[in-house]
Design a protein around this ligand. Structure first.
Ligand code: GLA
Length: 331
C-alpha cells in the first residue's frame, strides 16, 4: 500500500529539518539555559543576569541562574542543569583553569557551553578555542584606565616622579593580569616611572580583599603622598580608595580608575564631594548578559554556534561626563 502523499511530505520535511539542524532541539522541547557566575553578589554579575533575563523573556526560554563560588559548586551546578534538561549554559567560572573539566562535563551531558568575562584555559594555560567566549580585551581596557590616570595627573599638575601607582593585583586570572599590564603600559608611555608601581596582591576579587591588600601596600610605601590606583574591576579600585581614605589620603591626592561601571561605582559620582574614585571604564553587562543568552538560544534552537571570540569595548566614565551618552554607551 502506498503511503498517503501528505504523510510522505511531512516525513520528508522532518528529515530535511533534521538535516538542516543537526543537534537542534525540536519545537516541543522547552529551552532552558543556565547562567553560572563566580561571584553572584557582585553588581556586575547581577547586571549580567538581569540582562540575560531580558533575553529569556523576549525569546520565551527559562534562565537558570546559579552562583558558582568554587569548583565543587560549579560541577554540581552543571550536573543539576543536565538533570533539569537544560540544553546549554553560559559560564564565568570561579577558576579559569577548570576549563578542561567544564568542557568534559558539558560534553558528557550534551550541554552546549560558552564562557563570558573570564576565558577558560586548558592544562597548559592556553585559551580553549572550542568554547565560544565573550569578554573584554583586558589589555585594551587596561590601557584606557592608564591613559585616564595619566590625563588626570596632568590635569591636576602632578609631578609623576612623586606619585605612587597602586596596582591591585590578582595575577592568577589572565584578564586581571592583562588589564593591569595594559594600565602600566599606558602609564609608562605617558612618562610615569615604572619604579613607582607598587603591587598590592589581593586574595579574592572583592572590595574587602582589595582594601586589605591596598592598606598593606600604602603603609609600606608611605614615601608617596599622592597615588593613582587601578586593578581588575571597580571593586579593586574602590577597596584601594577606601584604604587610602582610612590612611588620611585626601580625595585631591588620589586618582582611582576602575573597570565595570555598575551601581556601586557610579554611586561615587553622585556623592556630594568627589572621592578618590575618579572614574571607571564603563563596559557592557548588557552585551555580556543579553547577547550571550541570545547567542546560546540561537545555538540551541537553530544550531548556529556563537563566534569563537567576541571582544566588547568600554569608555571612560567620570563624575564630569557620566550623564553623557558616549560614556554610557556600554550601559
Ligand atoms: C571579570 C571580573 C569582573 C568583571 C568581568 C568583566 O570576571 O572579575 O569583576 O570585571 O571580568 O568582564
Amino acid at each position: 500500500m502506498k503511503p498517503k502523499l501528505s504523510l510522505v511530505l511531512s516525513l520528508s520535511c522532518l528529515a530535511l529539518g533534521a538535516l538542516a539542524l543537526p543537534g537542534a532541539v525540536s519545537a516541543a522541547d522547552p529551552v532552558k539555559i543556565g547562567f553560572l557566575v563566580k561571584q553572584a553578589e557582585e553588581p556586575w554579575f547581577q547586571d549580567e543576569w538581569r540582562y540575560a533575563e531580558q533575553a529569556a523573556k523576549e525569546k520565551g526560554f527559562t534562565l537558570v541562574k546559579i552562583g558558582v563560588p568554587n569548583g565543587e559548586k560549579m560541577m554540581s551546578a552543571i550536573d543539576s542543569l543536565a538533570a533539569q534538561k537544560a540544553q546549554g549554559f553560559i559560564i564565568c567560572a570561579p577558576d579559569v583553569k577548570l576549563g578542561a573539566a567544564v568542557e568534559r562535563l558539558a560534553r558528557r551531558h550534551k550541554l552546549k557551553v560558552m564562557s563570558v568575562d573570564d576565558r577558560l584555559v586548558d592544562g597548559a594555560g592556553k585559551p580553549i578555542a572550542s568554547i565560544p567566549h565573550m569578554g573584554i580585551s583586558g589589555h585594551e581596557i587596561g590601557r584606557q584606565v592608564g591613559i585616564g590616570l595619566a590625563e588626570e595627573m596632568k590635569a591636576r599638575g602632578w609631578n609623576m616622579a612623586e606619585v605612587g601607582a597602586l596596582r591591585v593585583a590578582y595575577d592568577r586570572l589572565p584578564t586581571a593580569r592583562e588589564r593591569a599590564q595594559g594600565a602600566v603600559e599606558a602609564l609608562k608611555e605617558a612618562g610615569f616611572p615604572a619604579a613607582n608601581v607598587v603591587d598590592a596582591p589581593q586574595t579574592r576579587t572583592d572590595t574587602g580583599s582589595a582594601f586589605d591588600a591596598a592598606g598593606v601596600a600604602l603603609a609600606r610605601q608611605a614615601r608617596f603622598k599622592r597615588w593613582v590606583a587601578f586593578g581588575l574591576n571597580d571593586e579593586a579600585v574602590l577597596g584601594a580608595v577606601r584604604a587610602a581614605e582610612a590612611r588620611g589620603v585626601k580625595a585631591d591626592d588620589m586618582i582611582g580608575i576602575g573597570i565595570g561601571g555598575s551601581k556601586t561605582a557610579l554611586n561615587e559620582f553622585v556623592k556630594p564631594a568627589p572621592t578618590g574614585f575618579h572614574g571607571t571604564v564603563q563596559i557592557s553587562p548588557k552585551r555580556h548578559g543579553y547577547e550571550t543568552a541570545l547567542m546560546m538560544h540561537q545555538w540551541i534552537t537553530a544550531n548556529q554556534a556563537p563566534p569563537a571570540l567576541t571582544l566588547t569595548s568600554g569608555a571612560l566614565r567620570t563624575r564630569k561626563n557620566q550623564a553623557e551618552p558616549q560614556a554610557r554607551a556600554g550601559d
